[in-house]
Design a protein around this ligand. Structure first.
Ligand code: 3PY
Ligand code: MG
Length: 254
């Protein structure tokens, strides 16, 4: 049950796939790639409550951590995802200390939070004893607050310092939109790159994990060099398109 925590121990880097596709056969296929973890995206991705619950169970035999990005404010489903056996939660648009407190309330058992008891599916999926699961869940399930607005940056120190928040997750597109006051994103552009660097330093200063979303190898290298250790790379259309086109490019007659 402490899959993600173990992978991150000792300054380890975890590269996670990021998927919007609801199909459990596809989820299992993703676990067979060299990604270390899989993130099911319910915010902008098309994952549903059903596909998340079934996806977690389908991926369990791989032993790879499953992370769920909940829709904005769906703290109830953060609890349910953990009850279904998710290893980690990414919560978008955590802008204030109150937002962060509410996230912790729903994802950590007492004394850190107020997560309701009932790890129904988790114990089977993670092959854990019920009491063992509950006793260790606060420590081993990871909770990430997305910092992706100007307001969140202003409150970043307080958010990252909060007990129960295990890390910050940089959303570079929304961050650039908010900072530049421009609906067209400029991820990791000149106006936000130093904020992104500060985010990693704030996480490190509190012994928490810095995490980030990337859609190019260049950005993965950039955030890795800054100290980010949970990094998503690409999404479904990139995996399928790059894979198919790489295969086709190997043919001499095309
Ligand atoms: C962002 O870049 O804003 C994200 O939320 C990544 O999905
Ligand atoms: Mg975002």
């Amino acid at each position: 049950m402490n899959r993600l925590k173990n992978l991150l121990a000792g300054d380890g880097t975890v590269l996670t796939a990021w998927t919007s596709i609801q199909d459990t056969l596809y989820h299992s296929a993703l676990t067979a790639t060299n990604f270390d973890a899989v993130t099911l995206d319910m915010q902008h991705g098309m994952q549903t409550e059903d596909s998340v619950i079934r996806g977690i169970a389908a991926m369990a035999p791989s032993g790879k951590p499953v992370i769920v990005r909940i829709p904005v404010g769906r703290f109830d489903f953060a609890s349910r995802s953990l009850d279904a056996g998710a290893n980690a939660i990414i919560a978008p648009m955590i802008n204030t200390l109150d937002d962060a407190k509410r996230l912790v309330e729903f994802t950590k058992y007492i004394p850190l939070g107020n997560r309701s008891y009932g790890p129904t599916q988790a114990v089977g999926v993670l092959k854990a004893d019920r009491d063992e699961y509950v006793s260790n869940a606060n420590d081993v399930t990871r909770v990430f607050a997305m910092i992706e607005t100007r307001q969140a940056v202003e409150n970043m120190e307080a958010i990252v310092a909060l007990d129960g928040i295990d890390g910050v997750f940089c959303g570079p597109a929304d961050l650039s939109i908010s900072v530049r006051n421009n609906p067209l994103p400029d991820p990791y552009g000149a106006d936000t790159v130093e904020i992104v660097r500060d985010m990693a330093q704030a996480a490190r200063a509190h012994d928490k994990t810095a995490a980030a979303f990337c859609s190019s190898a260049e950005h993965v290298e950039l955030v890795h060099e800054m100290g980010y250790r949970l990094i998503s790379f690409g999404f479904d259309s990139m995996y399928l398109g790059t894979g198919a086109n790489t295969l086709l490019s190997q043919l001499s007659f095309r």
